[in-house]
Design a protein around this ligand. Structure first.
Ligand code: TRP
Length: 336
């Protein structure tokens, strides 16, 4: 039997270059593998766990994320793209799994812990948020996923899903559920630094370059990029480590020789920030122009996009329903 891959994103905004190098690019590769079947979920239900009071952002982002997927070349004829909230079997599985997980275990989940801090819930943690790892286990197991590609911050989620699978199969004496393996991004591609050089590219830090950014926006962002604060005059020797322009050139420029040459020149002195930024701008423009063009084409046809999501969700529901039936049979609650 081939691999089943389940992955997805919380729709809380448009996707940026960090998403691209950390996951989208890899998905495009995986979808070409004839031995793998891939399900890509827009996790709107999960996004609502901390956005219930202002759902507009989540709802609008579902369409944006779908456009980003199509723009990078995810192909609905090869991969199943669907919306989490449209699959009622997922919350149903979640209810059964919740009984297998203690509150203490959820409170110990490192990702949940750090997100609780980050989101400043204080004493008002939504219960749905605290238990989202269990619903994520439902997402994964509903499709009998063998592989789950995620960023390293999500590794504890997969660990928790594996525990649930082992517990379920042991308690109900069954082999229904499949224990998933995590697939982490390649070295250096997992946490793309933002243009400010301060931390991971993220919407909340406002340091991202988006797949939907216009050519002008990209250029503006490149010109603002963090380089080496001690590289003041052109003739000064400059640092390439921690210099965002070079970090991005390493990732996005296929001309490795040229990058090595530029680094050497910069370190020696005599190469100005303006010059390297203009060069990076060209590289990024070449990279993003076809993605943006495809995005604009798909954006002209919202009916096609919604229909694609509907068909994907219908297919996903059929798969999830088959698993749920097995789960209920294993538990003995298939009364009729
Ligand atoms: N938690 C993931 C994120 O924040 C999104 C997600 C939800 C997911 N369910 C999933 C990822 C199942 C992989 C598998 O990006």
């Amino acid at each position: 039997m081939g691999n089943v891959i389940l992955t997805g994103d919380r729709p809380t905004g448009k996707l940026h270059l960090g998403h691209f190098v950390g996951s989208l690019e890899n998905r495009v590769k995986l979808q070409a593998d004839p031995n793998s079947e891939m399900f890509i979920m827009i996790a709107d239900q999960q996004a609502l766990t901390d956005n219930a009071k202002n759902p507009e952002k989540v709802l609008a982002s579902v369409k944006e994320v779908a456009l980003d997927y199509l723009a990078v070349g995810l192909d609905p004829s090869k991969s199943t793209i669907f919306i989490q909230s449209q699959i009622p079997q997922l919350p149903e599985l979640t209810v059964y799994y919740l009984n297998l997980v203690t509150l203490a275990r959820l409170e110990r989940n490192p990702t949940v812990k750090s997100e609780i801090k980050e989101k400043e819930f204080g004493q008002s943690i939504p219960s749905g948020f605290l238990v989202y790892p269990v619903s994520q286990a439902a997402d994964i197991t509903a499709f009998k996923a063998t592989h789950v590609p995620v960023g390293d911050d999500q590794q504890p989620m997969i660990e928790q899903a594996r525990e649930i699978v082992r517990d379920f199969n042991r308690i109900y004496d069954t082999e229904t559920l499949v224990e998933p393996d995590v697939m982490l991004p390649e070295k250096g591609r997992g946490r793309l630094v933002g243009i400010d050089g301060k931390g991971k590219m993220s919407k909340s830090l406002n340091n991202g370059i988006y797949l939907s950014d216009s050519a002008e926006e990209i250029e503006k962002k490149v010109m603002k990029m963090y380089t080496d604060p001690n590289h003041i005059r052109i003739e000064d020797p400059g640092q390439v480590e921690g210099n965002v322009v070079f970090t991005y050139l390493d990732i996005f420029d296929s001309d490795k020789e040229k990058v090595a040459e530029l680094k050497e020149h910069y370190q020696r002195g005599g190469l100005g920030d303006m010059t390297i930024k203009r060069y990076l701008n060209e590289v990024l423009q070449d990279y993003l122009a076809p993605i943006r063009a495809r995005r604009e084409e798909f954006a002209k046809d919202p009916e096609y996009v919604m229909n694609m999501l509907k068909e994907g969700s219908e297919k996903a529901e059929r798969v999830a329903a088959a698993t749920l039936a097995e789960v209920k049979a294993a538990m003995g609650i298939n009364y009729f």
